[in-house]
Design a binder for this molecule. Structure first.
Ligand code: HEC
Length: 138
């Protein structure tokens, strides 16, 4: 009995911890989005950034990713697109930058960060943006 109660409260604490971590990730992701993505995708992610109209292929409305995928937010696909860019789409050259390399280079600029650590930092940054985008789905 005592055991199952302890396990139950542990589960609650763990769930709260995960929710908390996700909430922080969304906040970090939002600041990265504002700094790196809003210029093209717009402050609200609607694809209407300041320089959006310069592009032949317009930046996507990122609030419709779930809707365009049958109501399911395509978490892994969004992660992949941010890391690798969009060459897999067959659009030819895409204006969508490849952020994986950029975030790794950015992390490497901090002195004392190893290549392996920089990759982890970059992955975390991308992940936080993926969580943020999930939070703005319509
Ligand atoms: C220089 C302008 C520019 C910047 C900056 C930019 N994007 Fe994009 N993005 C685009 C364009 C243009 C497309 C559509 C490309 C295409 O269809 O080939 C796109 C497409 C995407 C897609 C694919 C959406 C779909 O339709 O499947 C995602 C996800 C995305 N961007 C996320 C981001 C994130 C996250 C950032 C910031 C880390 C970012 N973008 C920064 C221009 C940009």
């Amino acid at each position: 009995m005592v055991h199952s109660r302890i396990l139950a409260s542990l589960a609650v604490i763990l769930a709260a911890g995960v929710a908390q971590a996700q909430e922080s990730a969304v906040i970090i992701g939002k600041s990265t989005f504002n700094a790196r993505c809003a210029l093209c995708h717009g402050a609200e992610g609607k694809g209407d950034g300041e320089i959006a109209e310069l592009f032949e292929v317009r930046p996507s409305d990122l609030t419709e990713l779930a809707e365009r995928n049958g109501g399911q937010y395509p978490f892994a696909e969004v992660y992949d697109i941010i890391v690798k860019g969009m060459e897999q789409r067959g659009h030819g050259d895409s204006t969508m930058p490849i952020w994986g390399d950029y975030f790794i280079a950015d992390a490497l600029e901090d002195r004392g960060v190893s290549r392996g650590d920089a990759t982890e930092i970059a992955a975390g940054r991308v992940l936080s943006v993926v969580y943020y985008l999930e939070s703005i789905q319509q």
